[in-house]
Design a protein around this ligand. Structure first.
Ligand code: MRU
Length: 340
């Protein structure tokens, strides 16, 4: 099944907090529950939360009690604000909300079916875009490569197929022998819980490592390429991604290893000149002090739990998109990619 989908007027998604121990599917018919699911990371990953946001707005339209077009648009505006406020870093969320609101405003006939169809289009396009990114990126992978990745950029982070893991998938399908080093990705362990699970299901050789191991592997020549995703990429090529990505990029450059984010153009925010303007989400201290409900730090300890960091574009070798691979100067090449 897809990570998130519209089934019989409800939004169905995989509860990613339960993986890999249980594959649990949840269904919602209230947009507020979809917003909560994005906030508490039942669903996560930039493209996946964009699609969830779109389906959430379709739910809001479907259940609105408004009796006029103006009333329905006002209800949708309230839902849009609630959904947008859930997570600040991934731009796909506000991108999808904007696209849905534009559809509602432009629709001269029935708004509800138009919004359901638009949300479905966003989901379908995501899968198609991921396959294209996979095909472009696979050209970077040579037979025998060791790939280092961070967080989860697979099917679960998208509607299906993935971003950086789509590249791995396509290269594997092409018969290239490859092996993936999977960072566990503290504090929420998306690498250990989700990426390891996905790669094992796909039969792709992998090894799980503690985050602190990556530097040693890069220095000792055991990594040929670093592939990551992005939650928002600024116009100059600065890349916001899961906390810890910046460290990998710097160490990759230090050791002459190419570093490629794999990024749908919906993740590129040309309105931001640089990554300094990307809002960085700060999450609950409990994600650091507890693992699976088990306390691992002293009572009352002060915690800073930043969910993302920004990698300056000088450490980025190239950016894989569905329209090809962008190379420096990114201020020129990314615009070309977005225009398609
Ligand atoms: O906090 P998360 O799990 O939503 O963070 C996800 C990532 O950082 C991914 O790398 C990113 O969304 C891009 S890949 C789809």
């Amino acid at each position: 099944m897809r990570t998130v989908e519209w089934i019989d007027g409800r939004v169905r998604m995989i509860d990613q907090r339960k993986l890999p121990l249980a594959l649990v599917v949840v269904e919602f018919d209230d947009y507020r529950d979809v917003a909560l699911a994005i906030q508490n990371m039942t669903i996560r990953g930039a493209p996946a939360i964009g699609a969830a946001a779109a389906f959430g707005l379709a739910l809001a339209a479907q259940h609105s009690r408004a009796t006029s077009r103006e009333g329905l648009l006002a209800d949708l505006e309230v839902a849009a604000q609630t959904i947008r406020a859930t997570r600040p870093t991934a731009v796909n969320l506000s991108w999808a909300v904007k696209r849905m609101m534009r559809t509602a405003q432009a629709e001269t006939g029935e708004i509800v079916p138009a919004l359901i169809a638009e949300a479905q289009r966003i989901a379908d396009e995501d899968v198609e875009i991921n396959r294209r990114m996979g095909a472009h990126g696979a050209a970077l992978i040579q037979d025998g490569f060791n790939i280092l990745t961070h967080c989860n950029t697979g099917s679960l982070a998208t509607v299906d197929y993935g971003t950086a893991l789509a590249v791995v998938r396509v290269a594997h399908e092409q018969g290239k022998r490859l092996h993936v080093w999977v960072d566990e990705t503290r504090p929420r362990l998306q690498g250990a819980r989700l990426t390891a699970w996905e790669l094992m299901q796909a039969g792709i050789p992998m090894t799980l490592i503690a985050d602190n191991v990556a530097g040693h592997l890069l220095r000792t020549g055991r990594v040929d390429i670093v592939l990551v995703g992005s939650d928002r990429t600024a116009a100059n090529g600065d890349v916001a991604n899961k906390i810890g990505t910046y460290k990998l990029a710097v160490l990759a450059r230090e050791n002459g290893v190419p570093f490629y984010p794999v990024v749908p153009t919906s993740t590129i925010d040309l309105s931001l000149p640089s990554g300094d303007d990307i809002p960085i989400e700060e999450r609950d201290a409990r994600e650091v002090t507890h693992v699976d409900g088990c306390q691992i730090a002293p009572d009352g300890v002060r915690v800073l739990n930043l969910a993302f960091d920004v990698t300056p574009h000088r450490y980025v070798t190239g950016i894989v998109t569905e329209n090809g691979i962008a190379y420096p100067p990114f201020s020129v090449s990314l615009r070309r990619m977005v225009r398609g």
